[in-house]
Design a protein around this ligand. Structure first.
Ligand code: IPD
Ligand code: CA
Length: 271
């Protein structure tokens, strides 16, 4: 059988599994967080931390996905790379917002997306400390706890509440500071929530008007991008490029173009 001859999975069934697994990971992260949680390791820089709970969450998620669908591929932030033969690949962020989790700030999430033949078709962002679960299937709309959500109507940039985030690398942050220097005087305000997946869901439900960031990886972006898109946001990079690690912008059409042009002029896709 050729690689593309497999049966396509039902996105609703993939989502049901993703929600069940994300909520189980959320319970683990709430119930088993040690009072004195320490840093287990660092990754790209000394501030890019991993806790024992990131690893425990990824282990729970990948074991549960493997038990339910043993032939799927899995890519996880903390190192899981499993190949598959069904055309389905899971993108797993076991804690998005690890620094918030470390400091016990409630804005952290579990993000799980399912790709079918390279396109994200289902995604969940579960926010345990806020008791909220954001979901979407491609073409099926975006929901919070089962209720459909929509982006805000577009506003002018000067009225926009814009979420963003910063990388862990100090040189990249210097460039990001320059972008913020140009943006901050022109918008209502900015928010640095600390979880890219939550930022995208907050665009989706109208808690912020827009989001942009350079640096997030596929496991940070996948589920939230589908949720924001299904809620009516345009989610893309600069000059028609797809949203990616290079730059992701999410906003309703009308606001997207204004933010896009400002970020393009500022070189927000470069370090
Ligand atoms: C980070 C968060 C943060 C974003 C960083 C990400 P992590 O993910 O999403 O909001 O600004 O770019 O790396 O490290 O907490 O999983
Ligand atoms: Ca992450």
């Amino acid at each position: 059988m050729r690689q593309t001859d497999h049966m396509r999975a039902d996105p609703s069934e993939l989502l049901e599994l993703a929600v069940e697994v994300a909520q189980a990971a959320g319970s683990l992260l709430l119930d088993k967080r040690p009072a004195q949680l320490g840093v287990a390791d660092t990754k790209s820089s000394p501030t890019d931390v991993v806790t024992e709970m990131d690893r425990a969450s990824e282990s729970l998620i990948t074991s549960a996905l493997r038990a339910a669908r043993p032939d799927d591929a899995v890519l996880g932030e903390e190192g899981t790379v499993q190949t598959g033969r069904t055309g389905v690949r899971w993108l797993v962020d076991p804690i998005d917002g690890t620094v918030n989790y470390l400091y016990d700030i409630p804005a952290w999430s579990v993000s799980i997306a399912a790709e079918q033949d390279g396109a994200v078709v289902a995604g969940v962002v579960h926010v345990p400390r806020l008791g909220e679960t954001f979901t979407a299937t491609r073409g099926g709309g975006a929901r919070r706890d089962g209720d459909l959500i929509r982006v805000n109507p577009p506003v002018g940039l000067e009225q926009a509440l814009v979420a963003t985030g910063f990388g862990y690398d100090s040189a990249r942050r210097a460039g990001q500071a320059e972008v913020i220097r140009g943006l901050l005087p022109t918008v209502r305000d900015i928010r640095r929530v600390g979880s890219c997946a939550i930022d995208l869901c907050w665009v989706a439900c109208g808690r912020v008007d827009a989001y942009f960031e350079r640096g997030p990886q596929p496991w940070d972006l996948a589920a939230g991008t589908l949720i924001a898109t299904e809620a009516g946001a345009t989610v893309a990079g600069l000059h028609g490029r797809p949203a990616s690690t290079e730059l992701t912008i999410a906003a309703p059409s009308g606001l997207f173009e204004q933010l896009h042009d400002l970020l393009a002029a500022a070189g927000a896709d470069r370090d």
